[in-house]
Ligand binder design. Structure first.
Ligand SMILES: Nc1ncnc2c1ncn2[C@@H]1O[C@H](COP(=O)(O)OP(=O)(O)OP(=O)(O)O)[C@@H](O)[C@H]1O
Length: 582
């Protein structure tokens, strides 16, 4: 139950609706309690010979009226109680999503998308059922039990009531014992479902790789294994559930046995009337529902608690990167970048990815970073966006420690084109104008600058063409250029291009570089690339090797050193002339 404490704010907000719902529910229970009494009186009337037409009309009218009232009130409690749980579900899902958005990249690297999807769907649904039907069952079972016992004792016989309740301790024992088992097995069911979602999501996301490596059968086997595990964990739950209900019914059957035996004796000795006996059995019938409801309730609450435990684990996850108390009210940047002795190790990694990096790019200047695969180029770009926690006093923008610049300002003013492009399954227009409202002219300008305008005009519906799953698929180079247009349209003060021309041919690259040069005038630019042709015009070029700066200078200075940069240049010149010869 502790797990549900995280929901107290939501409960507080909907307390009025819950209170009204509970009120209607209790009134329905109260009306149901009248039935056995009416039945008892009818039996007594038949027994005494006073049952006549008037009596029948009066009792039948009362029964019809009660039935109508119950139907109406049942509708009302459903609207109030189940309606509140739907609203809490809506808010909890939004809260979870908003929280997930605050978590840094490290979290998403350590948790699979499918698992997160399972939390947002299955777990939240289980919580909603506990808060809706769970509360209905709890109130219903508690009120009905107390009311039925009270009516049995007060209006018929306390002695018979005590006898009828003798099997109660067995019931309590069964419910608590099975409750714990159901909790654990349901947790396993939810985990198995997460694995299933994970596997499905990963398989369809990687369908190209699976098909090109002819791994369909192997993946099918893997899926089948996970699917079987999912079925087996569910069967474990069904087994325990299958034993639980019959046991509860058996225990309540014992009560009926006692009542028939002892109640029958009391009726024969005239200590209670035939009507009382009929009413008592009818009350006992009313008690069957709460016993079943308790079983169901235990299941719903245990499922909800297990799911809430998993959701709480996410909600308690602290965002590693956030605006701290010493954040300054900065809403614009000039673009001067300074990095002082930066050494950075990814959370959970054994050794630093970049070490002792120092550099300075004046506002409006340009810096290029080259280096072998894994030398730390993208790490520097990620840190300039604070995608990971940046060590204090190492990275400055406009002389301010980057940790003190509001994240919103930083990310609005830095235009970043990541290495792996990601396009949303919407139109080309919406993909370019992702960061805000832009006019058609601005969108076309950005596309022209990124060298993709002509390609877009050739698409079936030009800027309105849908991309991705429901639309057309673009080439790697076209995707890269749309992602460049998306960064340029933001009109950023600092632009970081992380190897984003790798998939375009040399001629297109040259055209884009000329445009970018024009665009970057007055802006700070950082170019990351393996290609010398992309970086050679930068004000300063740094060469990374094993996370350290090993060479720095202009293109000409670096050629003179005759080190890594020189060798890379020679190699690329050779490749170019071979290509031209072919
Ligand atoms: N999220 C991460 N967690 C742990 N280690 C990482 C993470 N991202 C990168 N690394 C490691 O940090 C080192 C530098 O990686 P980085 O991506 O910065 O290299 P890069 O020079 O940009 O390489 P490439 O040219 O392939 O893009 C590598 O050894 C890489 O394995």
């Amino acid at each position: 139950m502790r797990n549900f404490l995280a929901l107290r704010d939501f409960f507080y907000r909907y307390k009025g609706m819950y209170a009204v719902g509970v009120l209607w529910l209790v009134v329905v229970d109260f009306l149901q309690i009248i039935y056995p009494r009416l039945l008892g009186e009818t039996a007594d009337a038949i027994n005494r010979g006073t049952f006549n037409r008037d009596f029948a009309v009066r009792y039948v009218s009362a029964l019809i009226l009660i039935a109508f009232a119950i139907a109406l009130l049942r509708y009302l409690w459903r609207m109030y109680l189940l309606g509140s749980s739907r609203k809490i579900e809506y808010e909890l899902r939004n809260k979870l999503y908003a929280h997930l958005q605050t978590l840094s990249l490290t979290y998403f690297q350590h948790h699979k998308t499918g698992d997160i999807m399972a939390h947002a769907t299955n777990d939240i649904q289980a919580v909603r059922q506990a808060l809706g039907m769970g509360i209905v069952l709890a109130v219903d079972a508690a009120f009905m039990t107390l009311a039925a016992i009270f009516m049995m004792g007060k209006t018929i016989s306390w002695e018979l009531t005590l006898f009828a309740l003798l099997p109660l301790p067995f019931l309590v024992f069964t419910v608590t014992r099975f409750g714990a088992m159901i909790h654990n097995r349901f947790k396993a069911v939810q985990e198995a479902f997460s694995k299933l979602t994970e596997c499905t999501q990963e398989n369809f996301a990687g369908i190209r790789v699976i098909k090109s490596f002819v791994q369909e059968e192997k993946e099918m086997e893997k899926f089948s294994r996970i699917c079987r595990y999912n079925m087996e964990t569910n069967m474990q739950l069904v087994k325990i559930w299958g034993m639980f209900f019959p046991l509860i019914e058996l225990i309540s059957g014992l009560s009926l046995l006692i009542v028939i035996w002892y109640g029958g004796k009391l009726t024969m000795y005239g200590r209670i009337s035939v009507g009382d006996f009929v009413a008592f059995i009818s009350y006992l019938g009313l008690l069957t529902w709460p016993t079943i409801a308790i079983g169901w309730l235990i299941n719903l609450i245990q499922r909800g608690a297990a799911s809430m435990e998993r959701i709480n684990a996410i909600l308690q996850e602290k965002p590693e990167v956030l605006d701290g108390p010493d954040t300054l009210p900065v809403d614009d940047l000039r673009g001067e970048i300074e990095i002082k002795n930066l050494t950075f190790t990814y959370p959970g990694a054994q050794k630093p990815s970049v070490s002792d990096i120092s550099l300075r790019v004046p506002a409006g200047g340009s810096l290029a970073i080259v280096g072998a695969v894994g030398s730390g180029k993208s790490t520097i770009a990620s840190l300039l966006l604070r995608l990971y926690p940046v060590p204090p006093d190492t990275v400055y923008i406009d002389g301010i420690d980057i940790n003190r610049i509001p994240l919103k300002t930083l990310r609005e003013k830095v235009g970043y084109v990541p290495q792996d492009t990601f396009l949303f399954a919407t139109s080309v227009r919406e993909n370019i104008a992702f960061s805000g409202e832009y006019s058609d002219e601005e969108i076309v300008d950005a596309a022209k600058m990124a060298g993709i305008h002509e390609d877009i005009l050739a698409l079936p519906e030009q800027y309105e063409t849908l991309l991705g799953e429901r639309g057309v698929n673009l080439s790697g180079g076209q995707k890269q250029r749309i992602s460049i247009a998306r960064a340029l349209i933001k009109n950023p003060r600092i632009i970081i291009l992380d190897d984003c021309l790798s998939a375009v041919d040399a001629a297109t690259e040259e055209k884009i570089l000329v445009n970018l040069k024009r665009f970057c005038r007055g802006r700070t630019s950082i170019l990351i690339s393996h290609r010398i042709s992309t970086v050679m015009h930068a004000d300063e070029i740094i060469v990374l090797d094993g996370g350290k700066i090993v060479e720095r200078g202009t293109h000409e200075e670096l050629l003179e050193i005759k080190g890594i940069y020189y060798n890379l240049y020679q190699k690329q010149l050779l490749e170019k002339s071979l290509e031209e010869m072919n």
